[in-house]
Design a protein around this ligand. Structure first.
Ligand code: 5GP
Ligand code: MG
Length: 194
């Protein structure tokens, strides 16, 4: 059910599937960073649910973490994001010499992650690794591959588990694709980048 006419939601990953995949991702990350302190940098707003689940698994696996957030915005035109990306909120912690895990909800054109990694590199961390829950490889506009990826998906607009459509559906425990039954609604989906 949705609050908006002309769109329908279809589940693509259940709560259980997400949970299982996150445990696998956490295993990979913990084996890479075992014995070190990891600075987890989340991109707001979309990554907050994913990040919150991951860090509690890190704790259960004895991986110590520091957590910080940043915001990157892009300004979209009608049907495509413009590709102009601005950092609107930087980290507040000093990451010099730290092992950083940059976390986002979804990798689309790759511009957000590419820019953010370049920006964070300027702070001279010991290392930067990247982790995304979802990846749409067919949409890539700049070459970018995350070190840790939850699920690859086709070119479709998804919501839930932190991801929104016009600020809605972030609270869903599962991930759904949006089926547009009226094409004018598609314009809204590129107007935000969070
Ligand atoms: P990129 O810079 O890789 O094109 O864009 C990444 C950002 O676009 C993500 O952080 C997310 O905010 C937004 N995005 C891309 N695809 C989707 C999608 O299918 N659903 C939602 N809710 N956001 C998306
Ligand atoms: Mg985002």
């Amino acid at each position: 059910m949705t609050n908006e006419p002309d769109i329908a939601l279809e589940e693509i990953f259940s709560e259980k599937q997400i949970e299982t995949r996150i445990q696998e991702l956490v295993n990979e990350i913990v084996s890479r960073f075992h014995g070190q302190e990891l600075t987890v940098a989340g991109l707001l707003k979309g990554s907050f649910v994913f990040l919150a689940d991951m860090i509690r698994h890190f704790h259960r696996r004895d991986l110590r973490v520091l957590v910080d957030f940043m915001t990157v915005s892009s300004y979209g035109t009608e049907t495509e994001s413009s590709g102009k990306i601005t950092l609107t909120r930087d980290l507040t912690m000093d990451i010099a010499g730290k092992h950083v895990l940059l976390v986002d909800d979804i990798l689309d054109t790759g511009r957000t992650m590419e820019l953010t990694v370049r920006h964070l590199s300027g702070y001279k961390p010991a290392s930067i690794a990247t982790c995304v829950l979802l990846d749409k490889p067919s949409r890539r506009a700049v070459p970018f591959k995350a070190d840790f990826t939850g699920f690859e998906i086709p070119d479709q607009f998804v919501v839930g588990y932190g991801l929104d459509y016009a600020h809605r559906y972030r609270e869903f425990p599962n991930i759904c694709k949006i089926v547009f039954t009226n094409r004018t609604h598609e314009k809204k989906m590129v107007s935000g980048n969070d």
